[in-house]
Ligand binder design. Sequence first.
Ligand SMILES: [Fe+2]
Ligand SMILES: [Fe+2]
Length: 202
Amino acid sequence: MTASRSPLLDPTWRYVEKATLDDFRAADWALLNAQRAPYYSDQQARQALRLLAASSEDPGFGYQVNNFRHCVQAATLAMQDGRDEEYVVMALLHDIGFVACPSTHGEFAAQLLAPYISDANTWLLERHMYFQAIHCRELPGTDRYVRDRWRGHPAFEATAEFVAKYDQNTISPSLPEAPLAVFEPMVHRVFARTPRQRPLPP
Ligand SMILES: [Fe+2]
Ligand SMILES: [Fe+2]
């Protein structure tokens, strides 16, 4: 067993000297809350970017580019098309969970960004994997028209467009890939937005 403490982000910060939340008192929470905001403003975007960057050299299973390059290609194309910053960040992170949670990776990205992006873009992220089916001819067991259940939704066309223009086609080694550093300030600005409160789960 180790008794060593993890370092604090700022060496001038202090630890809460309690071992359980039950023991925390008002002064402890005040200390924690004072250090929490600057911690997140520095670390949240950094951690999201690290999650993505950690997969940059990962091998794939058949696509000509790995998931990291697919994400970068999608963001690069969106940026070149003059899409707004939120859209570019959404494109960059839309498949951040593609390997860790393949069957729910749309919801994963949606939950990551939901407090900071529009409802329409959250909706898009949640469903992009289902909208992709229309592009998957001859994929066994796939209902290509599964997206039709959402036809008429205000975000339907935008989701179909995202998948057609930036998702189903960004799997080629010959496409442009901007350095991740180009997107880093954008990711930081999106995560620096005031988070929207989400309702409690049912
Ligand atoms: Fe995806
Ligand atoms: Fe994708």
